[in-house]
Design a protein around this ligand. Structure first.
Ligand SMILES: CC(C)(COP(=O)(O)OP(=O)(O)OC[C@H]1O[C@@H](n2cnc3c(N)ncnc32)[C@H](O)[C@@H]1OP(=O)(O)O)[C@@H](O)C(=O)NCCC(=O)NCCS
Length: 166
């Protein structure tokens, strides 16, 4: 079933679908630092900047519907321009079928081609599925930020993981 899903670089035509997917995952209140999607104009300028600046940003599209995304934003300052920060999500019905692995591998490859040296990410410490995926594709644990997340009054640790392109 995931074989029919296309993974492709984001374009402006995907913005509404990307926003919808992000909003669904954010409103689950379990996985992201967003608890709802930002307004569409904020999403549009985020996507436009990713395209113009060459920040890798892939979407998974099923029959025209955006069902997942993965982006890696390059550091804005000179001394961090070799580093990217990764974020991703897949809407519920499309999880646990290998799509996350395909999506992250395609985006990491784009970061490598773009000349990045390091990709890092943060995950809520209880997000075992995401952490397992990140470990499987080569991310290593670098640290734990205690109580870095607070959702509905509950504090949670956040793990820092990173991959270095040799
Ligand atoms: C995290 C996410 C991107 C993973 O994508 P996915 O398509 O569901 O995951 P995949 O099927 O590609 O792979 C997950 C891997 O972790 C394993 N896994 C799943 N749950 C696990 C658990 N609790 N413990 C250990 N391993 C687990 C799976 O077996 C699979 O490994 P395999 O490829 O060797 O079989 C997706 O589930 C998602 O978007 N979740 C909600 C949002 C989110 O968490 N975003 C990331 C924020 S940091």
């Amino acid at each position: 079933m995931t074989s029919d899903i296309i993974i492709e670089p984001i374009e402006e035509k995907h913005v509404e679908g990307f926003r919808k997917a992000l909003d669904i995952v954010a409103r689950e209140r379990k996985y992201l630092v967003f608890l709802e999607a930002p307004p569409v104009e904020v999403m549009l300028s985020f996507v436009r900047d990713n395209i113009a600046s060459g920040h890798p940003h892939m979407v998974a599209v099923d029959d025209g519907k955006v069902v997942g995304w993965c982006d890696i934003r390059r550091g804005a300052r000179d001394a961090q321009a070799h580093c990217g920060v990764l974020g991703m999500g897949i809407i519920p019905d499309y999880r646990d079928r290998g799509l996350g692995r395909k999506l992250i591998l395609a985006t990491i490859e784009a970061a490598r081609v773009a000349g990045m040296h390091r990709v890092e990410l943060h995950a809520h410490a209880d997000n075992l599925r995401a952490i397992a995926l990140y470990e499987k594709v080569g991310f290593r644990h670098e640290g734990l930020a205690r109580d870095a997340i607070r959702i509905d009054g509950r504090y949670m640790d956040s793990v820092l993981m990173a991959m270095i392109f040799e």
